[in-house]
Design a binder for this molecule. Structure first.
Ligand SMILES: [Zn+2]
Length: 322
């Protein structure tokens, strides 16, 4: 391992703490050399009925293996699942893709990416959005699946927390908003999550363009909220239906399908309520299969989409080739 100066170690630990990460991830420094090539181009467009979906690559977290990553599986078991899916076993590949949906004259951004404030190997969303010919100032609606850094930090400028999309309406599940902004919440969070909770509480209540919604309502033309709690208390998916075709944006319900398609019962370290996350995962995937929908996921291989079929009590995932 390349040597790190004491100053680098301190800086890295500070960064990890700022991002709400466990300081054991102080390996960020030497891991800066990214091993996975970026997709070229970093965007992909496809149609769902009359809607156009543009998948935008934000980056990747090449996460060092950690026995805590899956609560009820060993590192050896997760490596075997990665190998079976044709992925490297050197690290856990966690790519990040967000989507812009153009539907009936409305431009909808689904999650905001990391804003370059999550992993040093992510933060390409805005440049890929411009490369795809989308002007961020024209986005009217932003749907947020949950309040983890890789999904909301793209809303806030680094350092100042100034809104990146001041003119868009930001739609969030009331249950997620209320949980994170509840008085006393920050004190109750586990230590690595306290900076995230404090940032949310210092920023979101001051923004006038956040709309909280209850239940599985339509939030943009042809797009409805789908409740999928467990990963976080108010985690939601987004369902797009247009001209007889359907896409389920599953967000983090099945986040790394190489692991969770063959093992839907595995509980991720970031699944706040493991058993509820498993229940929501099975319910959502069963619906996607029964209704023959396409499915997208924030951490699926780029372009972040694919298909699921039943495989006994588990699932088989086939990624869409970028
Ligand atoms: Zn995520």
């Amino acid at each position: 391992m390349p040597s790190m100066s004491r100053r680098d170690v301190i800086a890295t630990a500070g960064l990890a703490a700022a991002l709400g990460l466990n300081s054991r991830l102080g390996l960020i420094g030497p891991a800066l050399a990214q091993k996975t090539p970026d997709p070229v181009p970093g965007f992909a467009k496809y149609k769902i009925g009359e809607a156009e979906v543009t998948a935008l690559y934000d980056g990747i977290w090449e996460k060092p293996h950690d026995p805590a990553f899956i609560k009820n599986a060993s590192v050896e078991e997760t490596k075997a699942a990665l190998a079976k899916a044709g992925l490297t076993t050197d690290f856990m590949s966690i790519p990040l893709t967000t989507n812009v949906i153009s539907v009936r004259g409305t431009l909808v951004l689904c999650d905001s990416g990391s804003g370059g404030q999550w992993q040093p190997t992510a933060g390409r969303l805005m440049s890929n959005m411009k490369a795809a010919g989308i002007d961020p100032a024209r986005i009217q609606t932003i749907l947020i699946s949950h309040f983890h850094p890789d999904h909301i930090f793209g809303l806030m400028e680094k350092g100042t927390n100034a809104p990146v999309f001041p003119n868009a309406e930001i739609v969030v599940a009331a249950s997620e908003y209320k949980w994170w902004t509840e008085p006393g919440r920050v004190e109750k969070l586990p230590e690595p999550r306290k900076p995230l909770g404090a940032r949310i509480q210092s920023v979101f209540p001051g923004w006038k363009n956040i709309r909280q919604v209850e239940g599985e309502v339509e939030v943009a033309p042809n797009i409805r909220i789908v409740s999928a709690p467990g990963h976080t208390p108010g985690h939601v998916a987004f369902h797009l239906a247009s001209a007889g075709q359907q896409l389920m944006l599953s967000n983090d319900t099945a986040y790394v399908p190489a692991l969770l398609a063959p093992h839907p019962e595995w509980q991720g370290a970031y699944d706040q309520d493991g058993p509820l996350a498993v229940e929501s995962r099975r319910k959502l995937l069963d619906r996607v299969i029964a209704e023959k929908m396409a499915i997208a996921g924030a951490h699926f291989p780029f372009p972040g989409a694919g298909t699921f079929v039943k495989d006994g009590n588990a699932y088989l995932f086939t990624p869409t080739r970028g």
